[in-house]
Design a protein around this ligand. Structure first.
Ligand SMILES: Cc1ncc(C[n+]2csc(CCOP(=O)(O)OP(=O)(O)O)c2C)c(N)n1
Ligand SMILES: [Mg+2]
Length: 311
């Protein structure tokens, strides 16, 4: 979680300075969802992300250097600098891709789960998507088909209460998103997405159900982004303004998933302040190394501009 947070925060200045050109949807505040779920998976399982997937990529075990290089659009990036922040991929470790199209990878996750069921290889596929994706028809088609075929797929809705700048109450009548899976006969739970242990437990249960042929599972994780929709702030008027109520932001800052887990570890005597400091220092070093690597890497060659582009 710390690796994700420090990485995200390290992008803030380069974004504001214009050094990073790709639109960046930062994941600060939502780390417990990606980490809790991915900790329940193995390298052989599959993950599909969205436009806000830095956390999914890192939690699945993606290389920090390759992610930073991709965000800086360099040849050494995980998509060779062609994709940017929203096209993160690492097939070797099961991160099969992220995409900017809202709900665009849900059917791909279902397809991966179908392949796994046909091959009987025991792999589970996870589809991470936001509350905004519940407005897309493809989600409902996938819920039905996955339920019908009992596919090993976990639908993880990261409900951060907003789709761009639209509060959830203005988008839907039923704001408990977990309810939408029940009519399809899918086991569904709403969990505290800022409590990494709760997410992990729910992830383990869901993985077990899928491996036993009792999938799919739907998890709604309640969470909140600490940064703007895209970039560090909500700059919809061209200025840095966050349209979310300050009291709401303050409330969620108190539920910071990293601080909560640190406090849990400290108060239970599972870790000392000194070891926490050591971890922070190590991760800061890793992040600094990744950014230096990205900055030193070459841009894709101009003569390769149309290579890997398919029309
Ligand atoms: C099909 C489609 N429609 C609209 C957009 C523009 N868009 C990008 S992100 C976004 C909102 C997504 O909200 P949510 O799914 O809740 O994810 P969050 O940004 O809150 O993590 C929209 C509407 C898009 N990328 N794709
Ligand atoms: Mg949202």
């Amino acid at each position: 979680m710390l690796r994700i947070r420090l990485c995200e925060e390290s992008f803030v200045d380069p974004i504001l300075d214009g050094e990073i050109h790709t639109p960046c949807h930062l994941y600060s505040g939502e780390e417990a969802v990606a980490v809790g779920i991915c900790a329940a998976l193995t390298d052989r399982d599959y993950v599909f992300g969205s436009h806000r997937s830095h956390g999914h990529f890192l939690a699945k075990g993606g290389s920090l250097r390759e992610m930073a290089a991709e965000i800086f659009c360099r040849e050494t990036g995980c998509a060779r600098g062609r994709g940017g922040s929203m096209h993160l991929i690492a097939p070797d470790i099961g991160m099969l891709g992220a995409a900017p199209i809202v709900a665009g990878t849900i059917s791909l996750a279902m397809g991966a789960a179908l392949a796994s069921a046909i091959r009987k290889d025991g792999r589970v596929a996870v589809s991470f998507f936001g509350d905004g994706a519940t407005g897309e028809g493809v989600l409902f088609e996938c819920l039905n088909f996955a339920a019908l075929k009992k596919l090993p797929v976990i639908f993880v809705c990261e409900n951060n209460l907003y789709a761009t700048h639209m509060p959830i109450q203005e988008c839907r009548v039923e704001i408990d998103i977990c309810e939408i899976a029940r009519p399809f006969g899918i086991k569904s739970r709403q969990i505290d997405g800022n409590d990494v242990l709760q997410v992990y437990e729910a992830g383990c249960d869901a993985v077990e159900a899928c491996r036993k042929g009792n999938g799919p599972v739907f998890l709604e994780c309640l969470t909140y982004r600490f940064r703007g929709h895209v970039g560090p702030d909500d700059n919809i008027q061209g200025d840095h303004t966050d349209i979310r109520p300050q009291e709401e932001i303050d409330l969620w800052l108190k539920k910071d998933p990293i601080r909560r887990f640190e406090q849990y570890l400290l108060s239970g005597g599972h870790i000392t302040e000194e070891s926490l400091d050591k971890i922070r220092k190590e991760v800061r070093g890793e992040v600094a190394d990744a950014l230096a690597f990205a900055r030193q890497s070459a841009h894709p060659a101009i003569e390769e501009l149309q290579k890997y582009v398919f029309a």
